[in-house]
Ligand binder design. Sequence first.
Ligand SMILES: [Zn+2]
Length: 353
Amino acid sequence: MLWRTDGARDLFEECRNSTKACIKIRTKGDRTMNCDWTCQNCSGSAFKEHQYMYHVESDKRYLKADRIRVCLSCGYGESLPKTNKSSLNEYYEKVYRSKGHPHYTTRVNPYITDRSISQLGFLSNQVELKETNAILEVGPGEGTFGKTARKYWPNLKMFCIEKDKSVRSLLEDAGYIVVDSANKISSEIDVVFSSHCLEHFSYLEDFFSIVSEARPKLGVFIEVPNCTSLYYEGRPYDSPHLLFFTKKSLEEIMKKNIRSNLVTVKSCGHSVERSTRNMKQSKSWVERRWSLGRLMYRLPAVLTSKILQAWSILRFAKNIEKTNASIDEQSYLYSEDTGWALRGFACTKKLYV
Ligand SMILES: [Zn+2]
């Protein structure tokens, strides 16, 4: 039996990188224990494993994961074996928004959504917008938040780090300055903002090293999916997410990694059950589309682009003049712990002065 021996760390690494689960749940006195595992967040040692499920099966070539290990104390989960950085970079540069993939887009401009309006409302409760001159967004995707922020906050300077070069023109159109790292702009950054990006990292430290480099003067905003036990009961897929958070674990992770004691995390959005239903629809849509031989993507690109653009305008035009008080279906009101998303803010006002 190997508990904390000299070789425990090596064995733990071997276990994290193995394609076979070495143990399901560690319990006190478990004589079958053959690896020493410690939660990266809370140092708990008991865990549960779930099979890792793919939205698009071929993504396994890049992501490699076959299971999720969830800490029974804090609920923080990580996919195993760990995805290496070069595979992950290649995935986001070449695959994530490629033709026929769930995040493929031909959208000409990012649109304003209820989610980004409510994020801006949340942020305005945490920082003085008039003191905030520049933000760095990590993983802005198509730039939806920036487009919203610019509308209500016209003088804001927006930097972003985004691996996917296919969205660069969308981001520049939305007003972002795309940078490779926070190194040269840290003196300007007031807030680091990241919406549904942290869960795409394989290692927590890779995300928080960007935050440390940016040294934001006011704070750090992070939004991720809320992975309570209900998530694992019903979800049809996990990919491409690699890290999984609960309210408790996100709050602790932000406190530790940002070194701030002033952290607020709220659960928000519609229920986890409704999110599961939406995911099932998405999965069946992807499967149907693949079985139809990606007919849609055989249409000339310009035609596809016009159709999607018209649909976006019809669906979202009504949101453009909205205020925080009239968010569609109240889908981003806060709940105790049952909303599908977690929204957190860490104040850094006294950390980086
Ligand atoms: Zn834990």
